[in-house]
Structure formats: C-alpha cells, structure tokens
Design a protein around this ligand. Structure first.
Ligand SMILES: Cc1cc2nc3c(=O)[nH]c(=O)nc-3n(C[C@H](O)[C@H](O)[C@H](O)COP(=O)(O)O)c2cc1C
Length: 202
C-alpha cells in the first residue's frame, strides 16, 4: 500500500524523529529564522496566523530548565519523569522555541460567527490549536531539512502558566521545541502500517 517515490520533501518528512539529547554545538541564528519562516508559512484558519514564537536561549533557557526540574517532583509518575526528561532535553539543546497561541482567532471568530458563544469558542479554539500544530510541524520538518533535530514537548502543558509567565507571554501554551544537533542516532518508534489506519470509501 505504500510504495513511496521519495523526493527531498518526503525524505525530510520520513527522516524526522524526536531527539531528546543534543550536542554541545550552537545553532545559527540564520537556521533558527529559516525554521521560524517555515512555521509562519503554515496554513491557518481564516488566515489568522494567531501564533507567536519565542526563541529561548542563554539565561532564560537556564531559568526554564530550573523551573521544570523544580516542579517535576510535584507530579506523579510518569509525568514527573517526562518533565525531568524535558528539562534535560532543553538543557542540552543550544536553543528552544516556545509556541504560543495568541487567542486572536478565538476573539475574532466568536465575534464574526453569530452562533452559540460556547460552540463558537470551542470551534475557534480548536481551529487555533490546529493552525499552530501545523506551524509546529513545519518547524520540525524545516529543522530536519537543515540537519537539525527537535522534539515537541507537550508535557510542559502541566506547568503552562509558569512557563508563560517566565517567557512574559500571554495567550495559550502550545508547544516547546528544543532545537539542536542530535547527540545520538535514533530510528525512533515504528509507525503503524497504513493498512491498519486507512480505509477507502467510494
Ligand atoms: C502533541 C505532542 C506532544 C508531545 N509531547 C512530548 C513530550 O512531552 N515529551 C517527549 O519526550 N516527546 C513528546 N512528543 C514526541 C512523541 O513522543 C513522538 O513524536 C512519538 O513518540 C513518535 O516518535 P517520532 O517523533 O520519533 O516519530 C510529543 C509529540 C506530540 C505530537
């Protein structure tokens, strides 16, 4: 069912893997801006582009690592272990990018659509999250194409308010993504075969 004719884009998509430890090697500002341009190129509901990206380096990155390590113990396993792993990933990566939803689509959409307020909120919040998820995925693929590695750290949602406060950001936490050169080769977990997840109706 899946005989793929690889081109450059498909090769990048297929070779992206989550990497959780990075080499002590800086990532150029140019590469970071390329990754963020790719993110910003993502489709978005109503073309609202209601995302923000925060480049976290240096002292702020250390503060983020300390915050996560300090709070990890307040959670039961496996959350505590995942938080500790996230703090180690961020510590080892030279740079981390935080993605935040501005809420602009939710505000704009609920005013525009004259439907029940709760339904409108639910709809536009989902659309905003889906739009930002497309931006995050573009980031991951663009990083792969530059020989860089990443991991999407959703676990920080557990301490989202503190993360946003540390970054001096309002809005909704979306993702935190360390970016760096992989410290080890990893083929990553296998994906389910397409026959298990695809059906055709005609
Ligand atoms: C929404 C989302 C949240 C994730 N959160 C975490 C996380 O908190 N910690 C982590 O180590 N990996 C996280 N991941 C990465 C997944 O574990 C990873 O994508 C999955 O195991 C498949 O491996 P692959 O990315 O190498 O294909 C997350 C991925 C997504 C899409």
């Amino acid at each position: 069912m899946n005989d793929i004719k690889y081109n450059e884009t498909l090769t990048n998509i297929m070779s992206r893997r989550s990497v959780r430890m990075y080499l002590n090697k800086d990532v150029s500002d140019e590469d970071i801006l390329t990754i963020l341009s790719a993110a910003n190129q993502a489709p978005s509901a109503h073309n609202n582009q209601s995302w923000r990206f925060v480049i976290v380096k240096g002292r702020k990155k250390e503060e983020l690592v300390n915050l996560i390590s300090k709070r990890a113990g307040d959670f039961p396993r496996p959350s505590s272990a995942l938080l500790r792993m996230a703090s180690r990933s961020i510590a080892s990566a030279p740079v981390t990018i935080a993605v935040i939803n501005t809420g602009e689509l939710i505000r704009h959409g609920t005013e525009l659509f004259e439907v029940d307020k709760d339904i409108a909120y639910d709809f536009f919040r989902t659309m905003e999250i889906q739009s930002s998820a497309a931006a995050v995925e573009n980031m991951l693929i663009a990083a792969t194409s530059l020989g860089l590695s990443t991991v999407w750290l959703g676990i920080l949602f557990l301490i989202k308010d503190e993360v946003l406060q540390l970054l001096d950001e309002k809005g909704e936490f979306m993702a935190v993504v360390p970016v760096g050169y992989s410290a080890r080769q990893s083929s990553g977990p296998a994906k389910r075969p397409l026959d298990m997840i695809v059906k055709k109706v005609e």
